[in-house]
Design a protein around this ligand. Sequence first.
Ligand code: COA
Length: 538
Amino acid sequence: MEVIESRVDTRSAEFKKNEQAMRSLVADLKAELQRAHMDRSDKAQKRHTSQGKLPVEERLERLLDPDAPFLEIAPLAARGMYDGRVHGAGSLAGIGRVAGREVMVTANDARIKGGTIYPMGVKKTLRCQTIAMENRLPAISLVDSGGAFLPLQSELFPDIDDGGRVFYNQAIMSKLGISQITCVMGLCTAGAAYIPAMSDHAVHVNRTGAIFLGGPPLVRAATGEEVSAEELGGARVHCSESGVSDYFAEDDAHALAIVRDLVALLPPAHKTRIPTREPAEPLYDPAEIYGIVPESLATPYDVREVLARMVDGSEFHEFKRDYGPTLVCGWAYLHGMQVGILGNNGVLFSESSLKATQFIQLCDRDGVPLIFLQNINGYMIGREYERGGITKDGHKMVNAVATATVPKLTVIVGASFGAGNYGMCGRAYGPRFLWMWPNARIGVMGPEQAAAVLVSVKNDQLAREGLPPMSEEDKAAIQEPIRQAAEQEGSAYHSTANLWDDGILDPARTRDVLALGLSAALNAPLRSEPWGYGIFRM
Ligand code: COA
């Protein structure tokens, strides 16, 4: 394979300017993550530890293999929502290793409003279950939660993708043979009682853990019976009398040791084999990506410069280099694993769409996972391109992306607008994982384009009614709100708060994070469904 030869001058003023801008975005990201992990009230901290409970980060530390990587999922979910302090949507979740085995872990953080479940908390749990199902990862839940956040109960209970879906998924996961282990470390009240009940294994912590369909206050209100939480659903009751729980644990540490033992007893993971070779670092420093990515999304740059800092040995076997040059396709290795990569180098034309379709088919047939580096304003528009059939060529690419059966992983490294988001494997196209860089933006179109379309529609309407076009003032009144909304709602932080992605990445970590995602994906059979495609419009 050829080594990509970088043409970037790392001493140039432009490089330094870009580098400074990206470093500041990465510093902001680190500060956001730090706040999400650390910002807990003293009162909640004290209440938590006074009960003999370990903080959620320490629970994970004891559960996971020391020194093994942990790929956190959606750490900034619900950022800026509710009272602004429901960090991570109230839980810590991610893929880690237990007894050498990759597992999906979700853990309520009881120091955030008693670990109660907000609407975004349900969305995060469902996302983690999807990850466990698609990648066949054993699922471990460390439950410590007051159940539904009652003031928002109507937003998290009744619909198809609300709370009930969590337990529905548990039944489906059980049927699929995905092991589920729940550790009861706090309350499992009402619906949450089904989390341990529907798991294969339930470990129950004495005194702090309790499971009941109705807690003591509800029992008192409904029947007048006075009963303590311990008597109603404590570890002794459920491990000795009801059989709801399987393993009695003296405390958090003991319970986590039992969970580790249970994972060690699982049947071995049969990881999918893909072509591999000895891993190698890129020849160029991944941190140089900071200086390569322009401050403005409107400034073009060569995505090969990013690839040179991402793939093993900076080696890349490029496919159809001179045809459809606005999309770069080719094969490379990531931490020793062979992948097919598609990276945008401009707007998508018919040729680039056809090239993508052929490349996706090749990788899909040969069992090579696909990586999408998305920086795309959309497919080319205008009379010439419509006549050339840009829609039918774009369709082929979108069709191939949707139906490809190998694992797909997406990183939005810049723009993600319009149908370009679909063709480059946006969230709706089922990538196993999707991350954003902090500079990335997402939306149907950019703020200026959206504002211009609305003004044009209004002026056409006025012309039809025989009225003069809008004044500058009227235009501004229409443009400003849409501009502001697109500006705010198009940011990576808005995306990650809403769980449109699995997290925002430091660009320099992209190669490592992709490799962890890929390694997790290989726990499932290579193909998610039978190989094949629908009808391509010719
Ligand atoms: N909905 C909304 N807020 C809730 C809540 C719920 N279900 N459960 C707890 N909270 C809030 C409390 O009001 C408190 O808020 P504050 O910090 O602003 O004062 C915070 O969560 C912590 O609760 P607190 O009771 O002080 O902490 P704790 O550690 O002593 O107990 C629980 C935590 C979860 C055991 C206890 O609050 C509880 O039993 N909650 C109700 C559980 C229930 O019956 N849920 C049914 C829902 S399906």
